[in-house]
Design a binder for this molecule. Structure first.
Ligand code: 5GP
Ligand code: ZN
Length: 112
């Protein structure tokens, strides 16, 4: 999608602090970290949110979770939280599917 911020980041058109990349997904540090470790994992394909996941593209999500498990393990992170906000009421501000990975501090439940 031409005017999508995260499509541009995945394409390297807007700079970001890369954590990991492959042909399916791109991971980068959040510009406003909410924990000592806070990175985002996005598909290269434009999918607006979890609500846009179906049988035709759910393999991307499986892949992203494999990547999250591998990257956190490589960084020695044993406890972390994965979050995806869907829609404005839940706090989604960028309409390109992304999974927040947060770690490095105590976390509360329920989330705010
Ligand atoms: P959401 O609010 O949609 O769940 O998450 C969007 C996230 O993207 C926020 O945590 C926000 O800080 C991050 N973000 C927004 N714009 C940029 C940017 O230009 N670069 C990076 N690295 N992160 C961004
Ligand atoms: Zn996009």
């Amino acid at each position: 999608m031409s005017d999508c911020l995260f499509c541009k980041i995945a394409a390297g058109e807007i700079p970001s602090s890369k954590v990991y990349e492959d042909e399916v997904c791109y991971a980068f540090n959040d510009i406003a970290p909410q924990a000592p470790t806070h990175f985002l994992v996005i598909p290269r394909e434009h999918i607006p949110s979890v609500a846009g996941i179906g049988v035709e593209n759910s393999g991307v999500v499986a892949h992203i979770f494999e990547v999250i498990a591998r990257v956190t393990a490589e960084q020695g992170i044993e406890s972390y939280r994965v979050v995806s906000n869907i829609g404005r009421q839940a706090g989604q501000s960028v309409a390109h599917l992304h999974f927040h990975v947060l770690a490095g501090r105590d976390m509360t439940w329920p989330p705010g």
